[in-house]
Structure formats: C-alpha cells, structure tokens
Design a protein around this ligand. Structure first.
Ligand code: SAH
Ligand code: SF4
Length: 384
C-alpha cells in the first residue's frame, strides 16, 4: 500500500525521501506543499522535478479519513464526521470565535477510559487513529475552511488546536507526538505551543513523557477534589490517584509553554457541584488537602464544563446558579475560572456528545453497567 505522507512529521518525511534518494530540502518542499498549501495531488507540486512527482504518485499518497458528513451550526460551529471503518466514525469540530479559530481533534475511535459522564467512554474503544488520521483532521479542516471563508494566501483559519475530541490522546501516544510536531512545525502549521492543547483524563507516566518529547499546553480533566469521587467518575484514577496526578502536573510546568495547568471540571448535578466540594478543590490545588499536602500549590486555571447529558449516563447537568456559585468559590480564592460556553448544541457538537453513531465493539457498555453496580457514584459532599 502506498505510504500516507500525512503519517510523517518533517523528520519522518526526510527519512522517507532519503529512501527515495532525495535530499532533505525536497522533503521540506513536499511538506510545505502538503501542510501549508493543502495539496494532495503530486502533479500540482510545480517546483518538484517531474521525475520525483511521478515517483511519488507510484509509492505515496496524501490520505485523510473519508468524510461522511458536514454540519454547520447557527453559531458557525462546524462538525465533520469521518469514517474510520467497521461502521465507526470520529468527529472534528471547528469553533469560530471573535479572536481565533479552534479545532477540536479526535485521537481515537471510542475510548477505553470509560468516564461515567462521557458518551465516547460509554461507547467503548474501537481503535487508535494513525498520525495521518489525527493530523489529517487539521489538514482537511484548515484547507476546507480557507476555501469556504475565502481567506487570502498566508491567512489561516485555525490557530488553536485542542485534543478534546473523541479518545484519550495519551493512550495513543506514538501516533499523537508526530501529529503534534506537524502542528507546531514552521514548515507545517506553525502553531504556537501555547495554542496546541493536549487534554487528558490524567495518565501520570504519559504526562511525564509528553513533558520530555513535546511539551504543549496541558489540560487535565479533574472533575473531583478527592480520590473517592474521582475513582467513581474517571476509572483510571484508581491506578495513580490525585496526588500523583498533581505531582505530574507540577513537574510538567517547568517545561510547559504556559505557567499553569488548565483543570477541566464537568459539572454534574448533585454529584460534584456543591460549594463544599468547591472549597475542597481550593484546598487541593493550594496544597492543603490530604491528597496534595506533599505536592504543594499547583498553578492552575479552572474551566467548568456544563455537562452535556445523554440518556445512558443517568446524570444531569448542574443548574446554572450552582455552576456560578461553584465558580465564585474558586474565584474568591484567586483561581482564574471560566465556564465553558456550549457551542454547536443544535448539531450535537458539544463536548462528550461526539459521534453518536460509533458502534461498540468491545462490550464496554456492559462492563460499565457492571462497574456502576459495584461503585455507586458518591453523593456530593460525602467525600472520603
Ligand atoms: N480524553 C480526554 C480528551 C477528550 S474529552 C479527556 O478526558 O480529557 C474532552 C473533555 O470533554 C474532557 O474534559 C471531558 O471531561 C469532557 N467531557 C466528556 N464528556 C462530557 C459531557 N458529556 N459533557 C461535558 N463534558 C464532557
Ligand atoms: Fe475517554 Fe476523555 Fe471520554 Fe474519559 S472523558 S471516556 S478519557 S474521551
């Protein structure tokens, strides 16, 4: 099968070109054609020798995932559904804002982490995306938007990427890192490290690896201030616990492009949204709670996400006043706190609602149902 050139970061493409007997600067030219100009057809790459173009057409291709559908919301949010085979799909969402354009990218079809409140988690894990399938979402979206928005040469549509679509990016690490490198590379998309965010449910060892290999902005999906509650909401917390997670966050910060970690906190009615838990959270990140005494203060911001309900979750969104009260407690303690606006509601593009069509191939819903019988969700305030 022909090599997919979207699978390579610049180093990888240079090695591939070397195998064809081509010099490194040819790889750079090719990389720029693909990522900066959105070219997928070698014949169009006019400054490459004809012989190279012919050779490339025989052994390589530029292949993003097949598009299934495109939905544009009344607020401009655009959702693309891509086919990943076997009846499964992943989604990519573009969120236009006054001062920037954000692309929310998927890293896996489904997810094995199985968070209680996440519809991707309820669907189970299907497969990892390849590097080309991850970066291909940006390649496709950037160049499609440039055309549809009529942008001039050199203007870009997307200047912010968040790995907050389907999947746990740090469970697909080998494919993720070259994709991030292409997002950052000046010959690729040239995005600032501060504007590429990996969001994770908190895989401690992988946070440490990312710190070494490709430190970009970090968002950690915290959702609870203590292990009892977090164990019930985010199953992988049982492996390392909150203290180890906070420790990894602090270590990450000395290499990170920003001097704070963003904690995401999904607001679930009656589960994790009381003022008592907000106070406990303040203690946690200021190094005063049992789980953080050793770690000390964690420089952070909070992003409160109104829960997007789906029937199988059995959970409800926190009322607006409770979200505001929770935010106030954090803000009063000097922690910058934002409440995420829900965008693209009319096209189901909001967090945790992605790719409702993805089929389960792993029996995860049954496992989750069993797990739920064993570990009832802790009632707010009844923390250990
Ligand atoms: N696996 C990664 C990234 C994908 S999920 C992670 O968990 O961080 C991106 C964000 O959406 C996470 O913060 C997650 O907690 C949140 N999310 C998942 N399901 C949600 C839902 N139903 N409503 C609101 N936010 C949700
Ligand atoms: Fe996976 Fe993130 Fe959903 Fe948890 S919230 S199941 S880690 S995608």
């Amino acid at each position: 099968m022909a090599a997919n050139l979207l699978d390579f970061d610049l180093e990888g493409l240079a090695a591939f070109c070397d195998g064809l007997g081509e010099k490194r600067f040819r790889a750079t030219q090719l990389y720029r054609w693909i990522h900066q100009k959105g070219a997928g057809d070698f014949a169009a790459m006019s400054d490459l020798a004809k012989s190279l173009r012919t050779k490339l057409a025989e052994v390589a291709e530029v292949r993003a995932l097949p598009l299934i559908s495109e939905h544009v919301s009344t607020d401009g949010t655009t959702k693309w559904l891509f086919d990943v085979g076997h009846g499964n799909a992943v989604e990519t969402v573009f969120i236009p804002e006054a001062d920037r354009g954000t692309l929310c990218v998927s890293s896996q079809a489904g997810c094995a982490v199985g968070c209680r409140f996440c519809s991707t988690g309820h669907q189970g894990f299907s497969r990892n995306l390849t590097t080309g399938e991850i970066v291909g979402q940006l390649w496709f979206a950037e160049h499609r938007l440039r055309r549809s928005l009529g942008l001039a040469e050199g203007e870009r549509a997307i200047d912010n990427v968040v790995m907050m679509g389907m999947g746990e990016p740090l469970q697909n690490y080998a494919a993720l890192v070259p994709a991030l490198r292409t997002m950052l590379d000046d010959h690729g998309y040239g995005l600032s490290r501060r504007r590429v965010t990996v969001s994770t449910s908190g895989m401690v060892t992988m946070i440490d690896r990312l710190r070494e290999d490709c430190p970009v902005a970090l968002a950690v999906s915290l959702h609870a201030p203590n292990d009892a509650l977090r164990d019930a909401l985010v199953p992988l917390n049982r492996k390392d616990g909150i203290e180890a997670l906070l420790d990894a966050c602090v270590r990450y910060l000395d290499k990170a492009p920003r001097d704070f970690v963003t904690f995401e906190y999904c607001m679930l009615d009656g589960v994790n949204d009381t003022p008592e838990l907000a106070h406990e959270l303040v203690q946690l990140v200021s190094g005063q709670a049992p789980a953080s005494r050793r770690v000390g203060r964690v420089p952070c911001k909070f992003n409160l996400i109104p829960f997007n309900p789906f029937p199988a979750s059995g959970l409800k969104r926190s009322p607006r006043e409770r979200v505001l009260a929770f935010a106030q407690v954090l803000q009063d303690a000097g922690i910058v706190t934002t409440i995420r606006k829900t965008r693209g509601d009319d096209i189901d593009a909001a967090c945790g609602q992605l790719a409702g069509e993805v089929q389960d191939r792993t029996g995860a819903p049954a496992r989750l149902a069993r797990r739920r019988e064993l570990i009832p969700i802790a009632v707010a305030g009844a923390a250990r």
